[in-house]
Every structure is written in C-alpha cells, then in structure tokens.
Design a protein around this ligand. Structure first.
Ligand code: HDD
Length: 714
C-alpha cells in the first residue's frame, strides 16, 4: 500500500524499498478485523438487548480489546527514551588501505541508515533535557549485511569491564525503595558508586559538563568509544576509533534552561529532530577514523583496550572519511524507533572487535536483551531490522516467524538439498575473524594498564574554557549537594581533588565542606570484607598532554544558523516592513523565525495588514528559542511592555547569553528590563543589519556575558 508521508518522496533507498512491502495505510479503504472481515460498527459491543449484557460471542470486541491489552512491550532497560530517523551515508574516498568493507571502499554507494538517539537513565516517558549521556546508534544497511555502530555522545564510558554494568545502572537508576529520582543522577546511590569506583570519573566529568545537556541531537558529536579493528584485503589489521562530527557544530543549553525546558516541552529534543527533518533541514555528520597501526598498540600512556580513555586528537588526528545525512522521519514510532534492535556485534567483513572487556561483554548483552524486549530470536525479521541483502541459513521456527522457508533440509552439511545454502569463501565475502595470536592464562583480573583513573578527567578539565569550567563546578555542586550521606559527599570531594585541586576547592565552597585529607571510613568495607584494598587503588596520575582543544566546545562551532528558532516579539501595530525584512533575511540563511505575539490568531502590522501568529506569548517560553528580535512600532512595543512575559523573555534571553536584536522603539524593551545594562554586549544588536544578528546567532551564546548575566534574577 502506498504511503502518503511527504518524506516518503525524498527517499528511494534499498532500505526504503525493503520497508515498502510492510507499509499499511487506511486511506480510502474499508475497516476490517485482523482476519480481513469488513467491520460495520466499531463503537458498540454486541448485547442481549439494548440494555442487556455483552455477549462473549462478540469476536470484533474481543479482538479489539485483546490487541489493545498487549500493545506495550518492555521498554529498554537503558536508553529507553529516544527518537529515530532514516538517512544515508556516503563515502568521500576509498579506505581500502585499512579495510575491505564495501561501505568504506565504494564511493559510489549511498548506504541507507537508521539512527536512534536516546537518553540513558530515564524511563521512556521521561524528559529530554535530563543531565545524562546521549546514545547515538547507527544501523548501516550495507550490501554485505547490517553494521551497527552503537555509540554515545561522549568518547569514553564509565566502566572498564561489562561485569560492572548492572552495578553502574542500578546505582544511577531511581533508588529501589522509593523509585525516585526519575532520569536524574543527583542522588546518593549514584555518588556512592562513583566515589567508590574511580574508573567512572572520566565519563562522570563529561556528564558534569555541558555535553550532558545538548541544545539538540543534531548538535552533538558521536563516538564508537571502543577501539575496533579495520581489516584490509591482505588481512592486515589497524586499530580504529569512530567519531561523528556534526556539521551544525557542538552546542548545549545552560542548566537553568534545561530545568525550564523540562516544564516547557518535555519532548524538546525529539520535536527538534522531527521538525528539522520535516522542514528539510537535514542534519549531517561526518564520520571520522582515528587510525592506530597494529605495531603502535603499546605506544601510548594508556591502554587502547580501556574504554574509559580517549585518544587525544592531537596525538592521532581524526580523518573525516564520509558523511551521513538524516532526511526522513519514521512512518511509525513503534514499528521503527521502538522495535529497532542495535547490537555492537552486528558487523561486516572488513571490521572486527578488540579485546576491550566492555565490548566483549556487550556482545552477549544486546542479543539477550532483544529476546526479552522483542520476545523472539526472530527480531531480525522485523522490517526495520532486516538487512537489505538476502538472508539464507538453517535457522528455523520460533515465535512470530515471518519467513516461509521452503525445502526439506534445515541442516548442514546436506546432500538432499544440494548442500544449500552454500558456505561463502573469504574471497566471496565470507566473514572470517582476525587471527589474533592468543597465548595467556585464564584469569579474573584487571590489567595494570587500566589503573590510571585521574589523568584523562584532569586533561578534560584543563582543556576547557573558563565558562565551561564554571558550568562543571556548578554541576558537581548541584549533584553532590543533592546527596544526603555526608560520607558520600566527602568521598566525592576527595576524588574530585585527585582530578583537580582547584575544582575541588570551588565545589567544596559551594557545598560548605573542606576537602578531606583522606577517606575516613575504610573503603574495603564497601568493596568487600576480605578485599585487598591496595588492588583497588587507582594508579598514579600522568600528564602526557597539557591541553586538547577538541575537548572544548569553543572549538567546535559552525557559522551556520540553519534551523535556529528565532522569536519575533510583537503586538498589534508592529513595524511590518522591517519585520518582514528581518524574517526573510533570517529564512534565507536557513533559520526558522516565528511570530510570537501578545495574543493568538493574527496580529496587525502598522500597515493594518494581518499576519499569522505562530504562538501567543502565554503559550510558549523563551527557553524554546535561540534568539530574539523586537521590531519597532509604538503601539506594538507598548503592548509588549504591558505584558510581563515579554519582559521575562528578554531577561531570560540575556541570562542564557543569547543573541537579541531590537529596532527603533523595540529598544524600549531593553530599557525596561535588565537589557539596559547590556546595551554594549557583543550579542545585543540595536538597529543593526540582519547579517550582524545572524553572526551573533551562529555564535550560539555570548559566554563572555555570563558572569554578569548570571545575576539576573530570571
Ligand atoms: Fe549499551 C542499549 C550504548 C555499554 C547493555 N547501549 C544501548 C543503546 C546505546 C548504548 C546507544 C541504545 C540502543 C538503541 O537505541 O536501541 N552501551 C552503549 C555504549 C556502551 C554501552 C556506548 C559502552 C561503550 N551496554 C553497555 C554494556 C552493556 C550494555 C557494558 C551490558 C553489559 N545497552 C545494553 C542493553 C541495551 C543497551 C541492555 C538496552 C536496550 C538494548 O540494549 O537494545 O543490552
């Protein structure tokens, strides 16, 4: 059946064709039961008389209710809340010296992808702006099978061994006695765990940074985190780390905004992704490789197999090898975004794993979780999960089997079935694992090379600009301040001091606590009565790099204002000509200006012409916009001055360091707010050109303003 979604026209990929056979739409059709029987009444059950009991025989009622009763499936144990989109990946230049994977060697291909972004800790119905890591999963439907890159928006992970994953997640999830707090790490059990498990500190300081409160899914980096292998035609292996670099730059909101967005629009990130794609502002990321030759494995001061370490880009530059574009929203959230099943073990010839113990454990967990979430080993047959190439093997049956396998044989070897399906030789694209030499004792141990827990969080902190550091201080102070156990707070402060003394001092000041000289209560009590405490102590902090610019968002900007939302604040009588000039100018640069008026419906300009209002000021909030424009028009500005929320918009915009442009009488809105103290600010534009304002918007925020603007009681 044809689909009327307007996005549909924009894609004709192999995956799109593959999905087409499963699409359904009721347009111009008669309603039927699931057995195809036409339905004549779906409002009334079958009764013994108008006022009599309902009859068990009513198969239409029973079918409708039974299906409804079973509509929900278990949500993901982590990454439950998310949003997905379709798109494609194109390669710039063949990477055949590193890999034989077709997706990375054939520049003519347009490989279909499905991407799902997510938060980690919250339930499916939690708010988007939680301080949290964001998931960034990409399913590449390659000609040689499905390759999943299941990463995050931070380049490292909390723990080094999959064995600790349930502990980490139990610590961060709501506390089990009260099921509180939802989608928040600021509570005792998380900090108890973090302070006792110092390998978490690197990922944790990233979570305290602005990276954990992105402006948009479209403005985050993505990382494969683990070191993987690329294998070329000759069977030679190179280590690789995968990076996604967003072409819109990397941007975040402030914590104060995040808190307010929670209330103004819990779907802020999900809506943003959907709206941008609907408007044709397709988000794009370049895929980067950080390549390390096999022989350089031990060249670094950290272990490439340790997922709590990144390779600074100054040491191994990121080579941008291709671009991904997301250009189509899903047709159905459940069928696609909810049922999509990612797995770090889905890879294709030319790629392979390393012995990273976190990755190794993940290889088990993801199939296992799909069995409970999707209910059957046939989850690969769900349309969104199907590869675009053919699938032939001797696996059979199980719940909800869709494939009708023909023939007599379902075993190998066989002669009755002509030996089919045949095995593929390596030259025919058969997957073979990299022949890594292994000669080792079986041990339940952690490598000594994983013991440095403090160097990289310290490098991260040192690499940030002052405003970014201040946000980290505030985040630690807020989060630890929410804890109720003094010994947990103290231990946290102690470990922060191991990262950076100055940082700990500032956090201590906010908490009203001194940095402890040593951890008071015996750690072995927490680790286990007979634990060898020494064995659990982190190694010595190293300093192999003073700063890494790529870690600071200051260096990850773009000059684009594409898809930025600009509020044009007006009342009746606004300067129509200037406003339409500004609106057109911003739209030409790809921005999305919206008319926000003192009332809904339409608003009159000074030429008495009606203009459609996008939102009445009472129905929206300043935190939902990137920048603000107040045109002239005496009557309009008076109406705005009489509307307290218009002043709130300006005060909050100033506090959140956003760009503001005013023209003619519009300046009065600055005079009547905290704007009067910011008239010389680099991102406050009084009677300036569209281009100046656009440049200010592209800066995302004027952080220079923050120290002064912080004092605005908005
Ligand atoms: Fe995981 C989901 C990312 C470690 C077990 N993980 C999941 C998703 C992302 C990640 C983005 C959501 C996938 C989707 O959109 O459907 N996980 C990571 C990263 C990790 C990581 C980047 C470390 C580098 N995960 C990790 C470990 C384990 C798991 C160590 C278990 C031992 N992850 C799961 C899971 C999930 C999952 C329970 C829940 C839903 C799913 O798999 O499909 O199996």
């Amino acid at each position: 059946m044809k689909n009327s979604n307007k996005n549909q026209k924009q894609s004709n990929s192999s995956k799109d064709k593959n999905l087409e056979q499963f699409r359904e739409e009721g347009k111009d059709k008669k309603m039927t039961t699931n057995q195809g029987v036409k339905v004549n009444d779906t409002n009334n059950s079958l009764k013994a008389g108008e006022r009599g009991g309902t009859l068990l025989e009513d198969f239409i009622l029973r079918e409708k209710i039974t299906h409804f009763d079973h509509e929900r499936i278990p949500e993901r144990i982590v990454h439950a809340r998310g949003s997905g989109a379709h798109g494609y990946f194109e390669l710039y230049e063949s990477q055949e010296k590193y890999t034989k994977a077709g997706i990375f060697t054939d520049t003519k291909r347009k490989t279909p992808v499905f991407v799902r972004f997510s938060t980690v800790a919250g339930n499916k119905g939690s708010a988007d702006l939680a301080r949290d890591v964001r998931g960034f999963s990409t399913k590449f439907y390659t000609e040689e099978g499905v390759f999943d890159l299941v990463g995050n928006n931070m380049p490292i992970f909390f723990i080094q061994d999959a064995m600790k994953f349930p502990d980490l997640i139990h610590a961060v999830k709501p506390e089990p006695d009260r099921d509180i707090p939802q989608a928040a790490s600021a509570h005792d059990t998380f900090y108890d765990f973090v302070s006792l498990t110092t390998e978490t500190l690197h990922n944790h300081i990233w979570v305290m940074s602005d990276r954990a409160i992105p402006r948009s899914y479209r403005m985050m980096e993505g990382f494969g985190i683990h070191t993987f292998r690329l294998i070329n035609k000759e069977g030679k292996s190179h280590f690789v780390k995968f990076h996604w670099k967003p072409l819109l730059g990397v941007h975040s909101v402030t914590w104060d905004e995040a808190v307010k967005i929670h209330g103004a629009d819990t779907d802020f990130h999900r809506r943003d992704l959907w709206d941008a794609i609907e408007a044709g502002h397709y988000p794009e990321w370049e895929l980067g490789f950080q390549i390390v030759p096999e022989e350089d494995e031990h060249k670094f001061d950290f272990d490439l197999l340790d997922p709590t370490k990144l390779i600074p880009e100054e040491m191994v530059p990121v080579q941008r090898i291709g671009k991904m574009t997301l250009n189509r929203n899903p047709d159905n959230f459940f069928a696609e975004t909810e049922q999509v099943a990612f797995h770090p073990g889905h890879l294709v010839p030319g790629l392979d794993f390393t012995n990273d113990p976190l990755l190794q454990g993940r290889l088990f967990s993801y199939t296992d979780t799909q069995l409970s979430r999707l209910g059957s080993p046939n989850f690969h047959e769900i349309p969104i999960n199907r590869p675009v190439n053919e699938v032939h093997n001797n696996q059979r049956d199980a719940h909800m089997r869709m494939t009708v396998n023909k023939g007599k044989t379902a075993y190998f070897p066989n002669s009755i079935g002509g030996g089919c399906p045949h095995l593929a030789k390596m030259a025919e694209g058969g997957f073979t694992s990299y022949e890594e030499r292994i000669d080792a004792k079986k041990v339940r141990e952690r490598s000594e090379s994983f013991s440095d827990h403090f160097s990289q969080p310290a490098l991260f902190y040192r690499s940030l600009k002052e405003w970014e550091k201040n946000h980290i201080v505030d985040a630690y102070t807020f989060e630890i301040g929410k804890c109720t156990y003094d010994h947990v707070k103290k231990r946290m402060l102690y470990v922060i001091a191991e990262i950076d003394k100055d940082l700990a001092k500032k956090v201590g000041k906010g908490l009203g606590m001194e940095i402890p000289k040593e951890i008071e209560e015996p750690v072995n009590q927490a680790i286990g009565a007979d634990a060898d405490v020494k064995k659990h102590q982190p190694g010595k902090k190293k300093n192999y790099l003073e700063k890494s610019d790529s870690l600071s968002q200051t260096h990850l900007k773009s000059d684009s204002i594409v898809s930025r939302k600009i509020a044009i604040l007006v009342g009746d009588g606004f300067d129509g000509e200037a406003t339409m000039n500004m609106k057109k100018g911003l739209e030409e640069k790809g921005a999305m200006p919206k008319i926000i008026a003192t009332h809904g419906g339409t608003v009159k300009c000074d030429k008495n012409k009606d203009h459609k209002v996008d939102a009445a000021i009472l129905t929206t909030e300043s935190v939902l916009f990137d920048a603000f424009y107040v045109p002239g028009g005496e009557k309009s500005v008076k109406a705005l001055l009489d509307e307290p929320k218009a002043k709130k918009f300006i005060n909050e915009a100033l506090k959140h360091c956003k760009a503001i442009a005013v023209e003619k009488e519009g300046e009065q809105l600055l005079d009547e707010t905290y704007g009067k103290d910011f008239k010389n600010d680099a991102c406050v534009f009084i009677n300036k050109k569209v281009a100046d304002f656009a440049h200010g918007i592209a800066q995302h925020r004027n952080w220079e303003r923050e120290e002064k603007a912080k004092k605005i009681p908005a």
